[in-house]
Structures are given as structure tokens and as C-alpha cells.
Design a protein around this ligand. Structure first.
Ligand code: ZN
Length: 628
């Protein structure tokens, strides 16, 4: 049998099957499904796609049992956007998840929900806060999952990255393996997300030495190993799909990481699918396909009806090696606008061309120029016009239905705060300025590098980078905010005020910026202005205990003691063991001559931080006053 003919066979088998049994297959006969997504994984690091670096022995072995799609494309270089596409089988203009924190609309078809409705047990194990529906930036992604293993939290200075914002692939795999061991006969659908190749590049200890010079490659080797363990654990009869959500630029077109550009380095991704009994081991399909095609493929392979709202096309029907089977691939990134107020980008891959819609449009012949090095746009206006028309037509046709969730109206202020603390943009989208990201990519790199330093608590290294960014792009809220936060962490409160003021001016809805400004003003002694900013935060985010505490503490210092008591009690209603709120309220009551009422608060403070001298001293003072 010819290599590559499996999907034709699969098509016949499924067509025949559907004709015989139009109603869904009964759950007992359904196959288990394992979906592995590799974050930030470049296609050119895969042995099965021609890499000679030797990073992927497990995936290479798996590829020999499966179908490899050699020209698969992501629809966005952003984790949440791309995963929304993978899991819904729809394009970004339809699912409207266009950045971190955009909620996944309930109306969009969703692979786990479809499979659960069809009798599957469903579980997700993700490797990053970025895909945490509750504490992170992926609200709505847990729909249809019986188990969604995330539970990440923000990292404070001194915290271990792998105990807070991220888990290594081996740990994610171990957790998923435990679930698998208890999953019984099935059918089950398991999605495992391996985050390791995302920067910072920090391979696990046993691979560190081998990859000192190329730590990104070390992360690829780590996910290869983790994926191999999972595939083995899933068993030989399980449907398995492995895909990357996007690649990594590593300097391509000047970008360090990903998010800004839509070239091959960011969007050409590995994709392997194994459908036992239907696939010819080792087949290769060279037609261009999209990650949006994966969900309908898995739904169809499971014998479940593909909902009409799914926009991707099942790969099951793809004719192998047909010269005319290329599917045009759409891609977008809102990140330049969300982060910088620059123009967003869209891309259209059709025939041999890549067209990038940008203030300065780009056209590349990917056959003659696979690295997209020679922009032909100026000399080929008719091709540019044609590509642009197709792109517009695609957006018009694929957009629409799920428009209910305008991001600005639904973003949760608490989520906005967490996003800001993570270094992601949140709140209102600045209008696009018409700046072309390719003209300012060095600044984007500098801001990203600064965020990584902030994340590591290396504020002294972040500050000069952020000063450089804010000097040339003063209207980037994120840069101003991070500069203010970094200076405040270095106790340069007076110097933190100006960038924080600028951040609140650029986005008056950013409560995190107001809060940080309040703290800086408080520390510089401008208590009245500090109170004003804390009042804004407390009124807009009344359930944020730290904000209520901060407002109470500033009231206490400007002789508004009853107001202070009210805010401190509000903080304690939200967080009964809030150390500073207990300490301050207890102290106020003591000084007001009511040490009896102060005692429980001071006792709690002393319990929460037994080694804190002030807590012990205030408690002892209250006790001695009660005795008098
Ligand atoms: Zn990603």
C-alpha cells in the first residue's frame, strides 16, 4: 500500500460506517482519545520533519506508527488563541478568543463537551497558569471536562517557578498518568498540555548539561520524553494526536520569542495523528492543513457527528499527496495592538504565497523563498490584491456567530489584576496606531525580556530595559506599569509614581495600576492622593482584600478612624487571617481603649506570623491593658 493513503481508507471506512449507522456509535465501542499539545514547539526541531538534531526520538518513533502532516499551520502565535482553535475546530474570528484572558464563549462548539455528551470521560492536564481557567488567563476552557487539572498561582519573589506558574512536562505527565490508571475501560478523552519549551528555556536537571549551548532544544528533548511516556501509557488502540500550539521565532525576522509575527518560525507546527486500524503507519501528508482541522478530525474518528459550526475540515477526507489539496490557512495576532497599540496583523497562506496584512503589506513566495526573506508586495500588486480579497472574504464568512462575548464587557477585574501581575495586557484595548510591528520589534523584545526579569524578581535588571522601552514608546501601559512596579519593589517609591500615574492615565480601568500607584504614593507620604486611588480600587474591586486593607491603613493615618475600621473589617470578612488587617485593627482598638475587643485580632495576627515582633508586642500590650 502506498504510504500516505491511510486517510483515504479512513474516509471510506467512516463513510461506510456512517451510512450503516447514522446515529452516534454507542459509547462502549468508542476509542479512547489522547490529545497532546506541545507549547512553543518549532516544526524544524522534529526529527520526523527532517531535523538532524536528534531531539525527538520518542515522537519520531510515534510518527512511524501514525500520519505526519508536514505542512500544518497554527492560526495564532498566542497560547490561548491557538488552543481555542485546536479545541473548538473554529477560527479566531469566530471563537473570539483573541488574546490572553478572552473568555471562551459558551456558544462555540467544544471538543471535550461534544465527547462528554457522547459518553466520554474527559480530563485536561495543563502545564501553565496561561491555560488555567480559574486562576489564569483561560476562562471557559474547562467546559466539558470532568477533570481540569490546573491550580496554578502567581509567583511571588522567592517562589519556585515550577511550584507556582508552571509545571514541568514530567510532572504534568505523571498527574495525567495517575488519572489514566484510574480511568478504567473508557471511553475517555485526555488532553495533556506540555509547556516546557516556552521561555525561559530551562531544561530539567538531567538534560541541562547536554543542552547548555541550546537550552530551547533541551526543552524540546524534555517534552519529547514526556510525550513518549504518555503515548505508551495510553495504549496501542488509542487515537492519538500531537500538535504544537505555535512555534518560536528564536530571532527569525528579529523576534526573540512569539506573539508578534506570523511567519513560518511562529506558525509552522508539528502535527501527528494516529487512528489505529484506519491509518497506515508512517504515512505523510504534505498538503497544507490547519490546527482548526484537528477537532473535526477527532470528532469524526470517534464516530460522533461533527457539528456544522465547526469550521475546520476533517483531515480524514484529505487525499494524500494531492497537488490541489492545500487548504488556505488564516492566522492573526492581536498582540501588537493589545500590548503596544500597534497595528494587529493577519496572514493568509494560499497556493505558494504568504500574505501578511500590515501597515506595510508583505508577500512572500514560500516555494522559492521558504524563510520569507524577500517581500514581493511592491512588485506583485495583482497577487497582493487577490490575496487580500480572499482574506477579507474568509474573515467575513468565518466571523460572526459567537459575538456575544465582547471582551471589554466581560473581563473580570480580578482576572485583569492577575493578568497585569503576570505581565500581560488587560483592560481596554488601545486603538491601533498604525505602527508596523516589524519596525519596532526590538522594543517588543526588550519589554518581553524585562517581563521575564520581573517574573524572576530581578527588578534591578528589569528597570533599565523598561526605561528604554518607555523612553521611545511612552504610551505602552504595560511598560509604564512594570517600570513603576519594579521601582516600587526596589523601594524607589518617588520614582515609581510617575510611570504608575502614566499607566493609570493610559488605562483608567486598570485597577492594578491604581493600586500600585496608591502604594507608591502612600510610601512617599502623599496620603490623601493615595486614599483616592485605593478608593477607586475598593469601589471597583470590593472583593480584593489587599485593596480594602490598604484603604483602611491610609484612612487610619489621615485620622479617618471609623472609615479605617470599616475597611479593615471588610478585608477580614474576605480574608479572616489577613495578617496586616488583623494587626492594624487590633492595634486601633487597643489605642481606642478597647483591648478586650482587640485581643482576637492580635491573637490571629500572632498565630499567622508567630515570629513577627510587632505582632507579639501589640498582643502583649493589649493583654497587659486588659489585666489593668
Ligand atoms: Zn503557546
Amino acid at each position: 500500500m502506498r504510504a500516505g493513503s491511510i486517510l483515504v481508507l479512513a474516509a471510506f471506512a467512516l463513510a461506510g460506517f456512517n451510512a450503516l449507522a447514522p446515529s452516534p456509535q454507542p459509547p462502549a465501542t468508542r476509542r479512547n482519545i489522547l490529545l497532546i499539545t506541545l507549547d512553543t514547539t518549532r516544526a524544524d526541531r522534529m526529527g520526523f520533519l527532517g531535523s538532524t538534531r536528534g531531539l525527538t526520538p520518542s515522537l519520531d518513533a510515534f510518527a512511524r506508527t501514525a500520519v505526519v502532516f508536514t505542512h500544518a499551520y497554527a492560526q495564532a502565535p498566542i497560547t490561548t488563541v491557538s488552543h481555542a482553535t485546536i479545541l473548538t475546530g473554529t477560527f479566531p474570528p469566530f471563537h473570539h478568543v483573541n488574546d490572553f484572558g478572552s473568555p471562551l464563549p459558551a456558544s462555540v462548539p467544544y471538543l471535550p463537551a461534544l465527547l462528554r455528551d457522547a459518553g466520554y470521560r474527559t480530563a485536561a492536564f495543563v502545564g501553565s497558569l496561561i491555560l488555567d481557567p480559574r486562576n489564569g488567563t483561560a476562562p471557559g476552557f474547562d467546559r466539558g471536562f470532568d477533570v481540569y487539572d490546573a491550580g496554578f498561582r502567581l509567583r511571588r519573589p522567592g517562589d519556585d517557578r515550577y511550584q507556582t506558574v508552571e509545571r514541568r512536562g514530567e510532572e504534568v505527565t505523571a498527574r495525567a498518568g495517575q488519572w489514566l490508571a484510574s480511568a478504567g475501560g473508557g471511553p475517555w478523552f485526555l488532553w495533556v498540555h506540555l509547556y516546557d519549551p516556552h521561555d525561559p528555556y530551562d531544561p530539567p536537571s538531567d538534560l541541562k548539561k547536554r543542552f547548555t549551548a541550546a537550552p530551547y532544544d533541551g526543552e524540546i528533548a524534555a517534552v519529547d520524553r514526556a510525550a513518549g511516556h504518555l503515548i505508551a501509557a495510553a495504549g496501542a488502540t488509542t487515537f492519538v494526536a500531537v500538535a504544537a500550539d505555535h512555534g518560536e521565532a528564536l530571532g527569525d525576522h528579529g523576534e526573540d520569542t512569539h506573539g508578534m509575527f506570523l511567519y513560518e518560525a511562529e506558525l509552522h507546527v508539528p502535527l501527528i495523528v494516529r487512528v489505529p486500524g484506519l491509518s497506515t503507519p508512517g504515512s505523510r501528508i504534505s498538503s497544507r492543513v490547519r490546527l482548526a482541522d484537528l477537532a473535526p478530525t477527532l470528532v469524526e474518528a470517534a464516530g460522533v457527528a461533527v457539528p456544522p459550526a465547526m469550521q475546520g475540515e476533517s483531515l480524514v477526507r484529505l487525499k494524500p499527496d494531492a497537488t490541489d489539496a492545500d487548504r488556505p490557512a488564516y492566522a492573526e495576532t492581536e498582540y501588537p495592538r493589545r500590548a503596544f497599540g500597534w497595528s494587529p496583523l493577519t496572514a493568509w497562506r494560499a497556493d505558494r504565497f504568504l500574505y501578511v496584512r500590515a501597515p506595510k503589506p508583505e508577500l512572500y513566495d514560500l516555494i522559492a523563498d521558504p524563510n520569507a526573506g524577500r517581500n514581493l508586495a511592491a512588485g506583485r500588486p495583482r497577487i497582493v490584491d487577490g490575496m487580500q480579497r480572499e482574506l477579507d472574504e474568509f474573515i467575513r464568512k468565518s466571523g460572526g456567530a459567537a459575538r456575544a462575548t465582547g471582551r471589554e464587557s466581560t473581563i473580570d477585574p480580578d482576572l485583569a489584576r492577575r493578568l497585569a501581575a503576570l505581565g500581560y495586557v488587560s483592560g481596554s484595548t488601545p486603538p491601533a496606531s498604525g505602527v508596523d510591528a516589524k519596525d519596532r520589534i526590538a522594543l517588543a523584545n526588550a519589554l518581553h525580556a524585562a517581563q521575564m526579569e520581573v517574573d524572576d524578581g530581578a527588578f534591578e535588571r528589569a528597570i533599565p530595559l523598561l526605561e528604554k522601552v518607555t523612553a521611545s514608546e511612552p504610551n505602552v501601559k504595560l511598560a509604564q506599569l512594570q517600570l513603576g512596579v519594579s521601582r516600587a519593589h526596589q523601594k524607589q517609591y518617588a520614582r515609581a509614581v510617575q510611570p504608575l500615574k502614566k499607566a493609570t492615565a493610559l488605562d483608567p480601568e486598570d485597577m492594578f495600576a491604581h493600586y500600585e500607584l496608591g502604594v507608591a504614593l502612600y510610601e512617599t507620604g502623599d496620603l490623601k492622593t493615595a486614599a483616592g486611588h485605593f478608593e477607586i480600587v475598593a469601589s471597583r474591586m470590593p472583593k480584593w482584600a489587599d485593596a480594602r486593607y490598604s484603604l483602611g491603613s491610609v484612612y487610619a493615618r489621615i485620622d479617618r478612624v471609623p472609615d479605617a475600621g470599616r475597611e479593615l473589617r471588610a478585608a477580614l470578612d474576605l480574608e479572616p487571617r489577613h495578617f496586616r488587617a488583623n494587626l492594624l485593627l487590633g492595634r486601633i482598638l487597643t489605642l481606642q481603649g478597647d483591648p478586650q475587643r482587640a485581643l482576637p485580632y492580635l491573637q490571629t495576627a500572632a498565630d499567622v506570623q508567630p515570629s513577627n515582633a510587632e505582632a507579639r508586642q501589640f498582643l502583649a500590650d493589649a493583654v497587659s491593658r486588659v489585666k489593668k
